[in-house]
Design a protein around this ligand. Structure first.
Ligand code: CA
Length: 239
């Protein structure tokens, strides 16, 4: 049974989540505040954490940081505020994904399952990510080669670095701030135009239709995500 830790201080929302999750045979623990969440996370070893950022006793970002110091459990953020700065901070602190309230319950459940699957496959097959194969191109992370239609794709070191970060995190939302600081350095984290240019180049070189990318996806708020629909990631349907 997949165990979910729901961290949320709105009792009505907790009730709705618990009913929906239990109906789909998830095991559920609920914490109304950050301190309880950290205690239950240690005691119950959940498979995934669903975390509201606005908690009565602690900033949700600090809950993420404390959890990340102890565990790799997938963390899905429930964000009431639409400010993209908060989502960026949550992703940078180590959250895996976020859903903005009000959310669609089926979408939330599909993304929860995808997060659990990613964590399971990452721990079951640590070498699986050496070769990333999509229907359009293949990335060999050891040989540092990208191949499309049987031919090597020439990538600049910067393009390679970006691609490497994305394909190593299939299905996971990566903030533009993280990409900029990992590839260009922390002092360049506001140069979002670099990222747009390099992502466009990567799509031109790798995507079948760069105008409608299937793998190198830009999310609202200009975060990025590598999707591999044929291989299954966050795009998998509700089972
Ligand atoms: Ca709240």
């Amino acid at each position: 049974m997949t165990r979910v830790l729901v961290v949320e201080d709105d009792p009505q929302l907790v009730r709705a989540l618990v009913i929906s999750l239990q109906a789909r045979r998830f095991g559920v623990d609920a914490a109304p505040d950050g301190a309880t969440a950290l205690r239950l996370a240690a005691a119950r070893q959940p498979d995934v954490v669903l975390l509201d950022l606005g908690l009565p006793d602690m900033d949700g970002i600090d809950v993420i940081k404390t959890l990340r110091a102890r565990t790799r459990v997938p963390i899905m953020v429930l964000s009431a505020r639409r400010a993209s700065g908060e989502k960026v901070a949550a992703l940078d602190a180590g959250a895996d994904d976020y859903v903005t309230k009000p959310f669609n319950m089926d979408e939330l459940l599909a993304r929860l399952r995808a997060a659990v699957r990613r964590a399971e496959s990452a721990s079951a097959a640590p070498d699986a990510a050496v070769l990333v194969e999509t229907e359009h191109f293949t990335v060999d992370l050891v040989a540092k080669r990208a191949v499309r239609d049987g031919r090597d794709v020439r990538l600049t070191p910067t393009e390679w670095h970006l691609l490497e970060i994305l394909v190593c995190n299939p299905g996971r939302l990566i903030s533009q701030k993280r990409l900029l600081s990992e590839v260009w350095g922390a002092s360049q984290s506001n140069k979002t135009n670099y990222l747009r240019v390099y992502m466009a180049q990567l799509r031109r070189k790798l995507e079948a239709d760069p105008a409608r990318p299937r793998h190198l996806i830009t999310e609202p708020g200009m975060d990025y995500r590598f999707e591999n629909p044929a291989r299954g990631s966050a795009a998998e349907g509700i089972s």
